[in-house]
Write a protein of this length. Sequence first.
Length: 86
Amino acid sequence: MARLSKRVYNQTIYMKSILVQIDEGTYHALNQVAPPKSRRRAQFIRNAVRKAIREAEYARMRRAYGATPDSESEADTWANPEDYRR
């Protein structure tokens, strides 16, 4: 059996595969920013998914804080920050 490169081995073990269907316009736009021959497409898509997840999490946190804001007594005014010491 041929030896797998470390990169291929790590992707095989640690990464899950998904199949995503996209419309023609999105496909052509993707080809412009991450051409298939440059071998950057998968990383581009992973980064885009991570960014979308992070933005959704931040939006959820903003909604939660908006629904239940800190009371004035719980809020920190930062008027008198403590000295930072190691």
